[in-house]
Design a protein around this ligand. Structure first.
Ligand SMILES: Nc1nc2c(ncn2[C@@H]2O[C@H](COP(=O)(O)OP(=O)(O)OP(=O)(O)O)[C@@H](O)[C@H]2O)c(=O)[nH]1
Ligand SMILES: [Mg+2]
Length: 273
């Protein structure tokens, strides 16, 4: 897609949105917030890269590695309980957005765990729709937004629901699974969903350190085979990693591969339907 058709498609989308707003004279708070978000995404050329996967796969660890910092909380038990969006901002802080209101609250990053984890905010009882982490990182300036989601398939059903209802917002997926038990039922569901929706899909096979060489080969072949069976083989890009032992080089290579994969997807597919 060239720049002209991109601008045309953007114009078309904003006309449809304006028409929607016009046809809904009394919108709910949720509808207004959704439309504001969509207008902002269009205006800022924002592209949502969403990390999904079963609980404790290492999604938040990957997010920290990509951002080159250890600001987001990780742990062995189901941890992330709130959609956490990392985006550009002139100063490092977090902005909390709540259900049913357009009010928001700024907090220092040091207080984040009290609001976005199962321990500080179990089942998201505080009703936070999104925790927006703003960082003055140069590469976030280009409109890429990384979104960490609560783990799917744990005993905490609210986390699975939160993540599944967020899937349509994703422009591209990084599905994090692991070598020791590749692809849970819920993760296979995400593969099938991304395949049917034609979204770019990067699969990180994490925890490489936990299995021996023959099991690594088996795990890779299994994920490739399942992706093909579920209709996501064409857009699959698979990365074996060990986030407990990540190096700047391995994460930089992953980011580079994602960036070139995204460029290829956008050029070959054009806008999504
Ligand atoms: N052995 C090993 N452990 C890892 C690796 N990557 C992450 N972990 C550990 O796995 C646990 C879970 O990591 P998180 O990043 O919190 O996982 P998550 O997917 O965000 O978990 P939820 O937020 O609960 O969905 C932590 O104790 C990490 O230290 C890895 O490559 N190898
Ligand atoms: Mg997490």
């Amino acid at each position: 897609m060239d720049l002209k058709s991109y601008e045309e498609r953007k114009f078309e989308l904003s006309s449809i949105l304006r028409e929607l707003v016009r046809l809904t004279p009394r919108p709910t708070v949720e509808q207004s917030a959704m439309w504001r978000g969509l207008f902002a995404r269009l205006a800022e050329d924002r592209f949502n890269i969403t990390l999904v996967g079963r609980f404790s796969r290492g999604k938040t660890s990957l997010m920290n590695a990509i951002l080159g910092m250890d600001r987001l909380p990780t742990g062995v038990v189901p941890l992330t309980s709130v959609i956490t969006q990392v985006t550009y901002g002139s100063e490092a802080k977090a902005v909390l957005h709540y259900q049913g209101t357009s009010l928001f609250m700024d907090i220092p990053l040091s207080e984040l765990a009290a609001h976005i984890t199962e321990q500080g905010n179990p089942g998201n009882h505080r009703g936070i729709t999104v925790a927006e982490v703003q960082l003055p990182a140069e590469f976030l300036r280009r409109g890429f937004t990384f979104i960490d989601t609560p783990g799917i398939g744990s005993s905490i059903a609210a986390n699975t629901r939160t993540t599944q209802s967020f899937l349509p917002e994703a422009d591209a997926f990084i599905l994090v699974t692991s070598h020791d038990s590749p692809l849970s039922e819920e993760e296979a569901g995400v593969l099938a969903w991304a395949g049917a929706a034609g979204r770019p899909l990067f699969v990180v096979l994490n925890k490489r350190d936990m299995v021996d060489a023959p099991a690594r080969v088996q795990a890779l072949a299994y994920v490739r085979g399942e992706a093909a069976r579920l209709g996501a083989g064409a857009q699959l890009r698979l990365f074996p990693l060990s986030l407990n032992f990540w190096s700047t080089t391995s994460v930089a290579l992953f980011c580079w591969a994602c960036a070139s994969g995204l460029r290829r997807c956008c050029l070959s597919r054009g806008p999504r339907s």
